[in-house]
Design a protein around this ligand. Structure first.
Ligand code: GLY
Length: 380
C-alpha cells in the first residue's frame, strides 16, 4: 500500500507548520485552509503534540522531537495554573502530550505531570451520581448530572494512572463511568446518544440528548467514533467482553450507515445529500478504533477480515476524497479536509479540524509501523 507516501507528505506539512505555529496550537480552520491558533484555552491542544510525537517516532527526525518537547513544557505550565481545565477533556490533552513523552522516552517530569492530570480529572467524579461530570462546575443546573460519549477517550488517562500507581481508585471510577456509558449512551441497534442526563443527587437516569448532533435522538457520527475507540480501549484495560462487544456493535452500525463514498456525514440522521457537511474526523477516529478492535480478535475470527478491509477502504476514501497533500509552505495547513466541529453551532463545518489530522496520522502509523498512539503503554 502507499500509506508510507502519505505519511511522508504529512511530515512535510508538519515541518512547515512547526515554523508557522511557533508556540501556538492549531484548532480548526474557517474556510481558508489555515488553522485558527490557540494558546491553551481549549480541549484540542494535545492533538498537535500527538502529531509531533507520532511524526518523530515514525521518522526519528529530531526536529519533531524538539518541537514536541517544547509543546509539552507549556502543558506542564497549564497544569500548574489549572488554566482552562474545568472540563473532562483532560485525558485528550495530557495523554497525547506529557503522557506521550513518558511513553516515548520515559521522562520522569512528564510522568509526574500526567499523574497530576489524572488527579485533576478525578475531581470531576461525582459519587452521588456515579459519573465523571463532563462540563461545568459541580452542582451546575444544566450539566451537573451529564455525561458525554467523548469522555470514553478521557478514561485512558485513568487506566494509565491506575497502572502506574497501583491505586485502584482511578480504575474503579473509570469502570463505573464506562459501564454507565455502555448502558445508557449506546442503544439496542448499536447507535448512540451524544450525551445522557442523570439526576445529580440520586444518579437516576433521566434522558438522552445531544449537544453537537442533529437532534436529541440522532447518532452524531463523531460521537459514535469516540464510542468505538473508547469501548475498545476499555476492553483493553478491563478485559470485560461486554466492552469489546459494544465496540464491535458500534463499529458495525458506523460501517453500515456510511454513504457509498465511505466518508461519514456529520450525523447519521442528518440528510445524506450533496451539500450536507461531512465529518472526515469521525472516519479517521473510527479507523483507529477499529484497528484497536482488530488487535483483540483471534486470528480465525471472521470479523478480522471484515473490519480490516473496511479500514483499508475507509482510509483510501479519506486519501482520495479529503487528503490535502503535503505541499509544504504554500499549501493548506491541515491533512484532512471536510471535518466538522459543530455544524448546528455554525463552527467549522467542512473545514480542517486538528483531531481529524491526529487520528488520520495515528491510523497511518498503526497501519505501517504497527504501533498505536498514546492511549496506553506500548505492549511488550
Ligand atoms: N470532544 C469534542 C468533540 O468531539 O467535538
Amino acid at each position: 500500500m502507499y500509506w508510507n507516501e502519505i505519511i511522508e507528505q504529512t511530515l512535510n506539512t508538519t515541518k512547515a507548520n512547526i515554523a508557522r505555529f511557533q508556540q501556538q496550537f492549531p484548532h480548526v480552520s474557517h474556510g481558508d485552509g489555515k488553522y485558527q491558533l490557540m494558546n491553551h484555552t481549549d480541549w484540542t491542544e494535545g492533538f498537535w503534540s500527538g502529531i509531533l510525537w507520532l511524526s518523530y517516532e515514525y521518522s526519528r527526525d529530531d526536529l519533531f522531537r524538539q518541537a514536541a518537547i517544547a509543546s509539552v513544557h507549556s502543558f506542564i505550565d497549564r497544569l500548574e495554573k489549572e488554566s482552562h481545565l474545568e472540563h473532562h477533556d483532560i485525558g485528550f490533552l495530557y495523554m497525547l502530550s506529557t503522557g506521550a513523552q513518558w511513553i516515548v522516552e520515559q521522562d520522569e517530569a512528564a510522568r509526574k505531570a500526567t499523574l497530576q492530570a489524572a488527579d485533576l480529572l478525578m475531581k470531576r467524579w461525582r459519587p452521588s451520581a456515579q459519573i465523571l461530570q463532563a462540563w461545568g462546575p459541580e452542582g451546575d443546573p444544566e450539566n451537573g448530572g451529564r455525561i458525554i460519549i467523548d469522555c470514553l477517550m478521557n478514561l485512558p488517562l485513568l487506566y494509565w494512572a491506575a497502572e502506574q500507581t497501583g491505586d485502584s481508585k482511578y480504575a474503579d471510577a473509570a469502570r463505573i463511568h464506562a459501564e454507565k456509558s455502555r448502558r445508557f449512551l449506546v442503544r439496542g441497534d448499536g447507535s448512540s446518544y451524544h450525551t445522557f442526563y442523570f439526576d445529580p443527587e440520586t444518579g437516576d437516569s433521566v434522558r438522552g440528548g445531544t449537544h453537537q448532533g442533529f437532534r436529541d435522538g440522532s447518532t452524531w457520527t463523531r460521537g459514535q467514533a469516540w464510542g468505538i475507540y473508547g469501548f475498545a480501549l476499555a476492553y483493553r484495560y478491563y478485559r470485560d467482553p461486554a466492552f469489546l462487544d459494544t465496540a464491535k456493535r458500534m463499529a458495525k452500525y458506523f460501517i453500515a450507515h456510511l454513504p457509498a463514498d465511505q466518508v461519514a456525514y456529520w450525523d447519521f440522521d442528518a440528510p445524506q445529500t450533496a451539500g450536507e457537511p461531512r465529518d472526515s474526523s469521525a472516519s479517521s477516529i473510527a479507523a483507529c478504533g477499529i484497528l484497536e478492535i482488530i488487535d483483540h480478535l483471534s486470528a480465525d475470527d471472521p470479523d478480522r477480515t471484515f473490519f480490516y478491509s473496511f479500514v483499508e477502504r475507509s482510509m483510501t476514501a479519506l486519501v482520495d476524497g479529503c487528503f490535502a497533500g503535503g505541499g509544504g509552505e504554500k499549501a493548506e495547513e491541515g491533512f484532512l479536509r471536510h471535518g466538522s466541529y459543530f455544524v448546528r453551532g455554525g463552527i467549522a463545518a467542512d473545514d480542517f479540524v486538528i483531531w481529524g489530522d491526529y487520528f488520520f496520522l495515528e491510523a497511518l502509523v498503526r497501519l505501517t509501523k504497527g504501533f498505536p498512539g498514546y492511549w496506553y503503554e506500548r505492549p511488550n
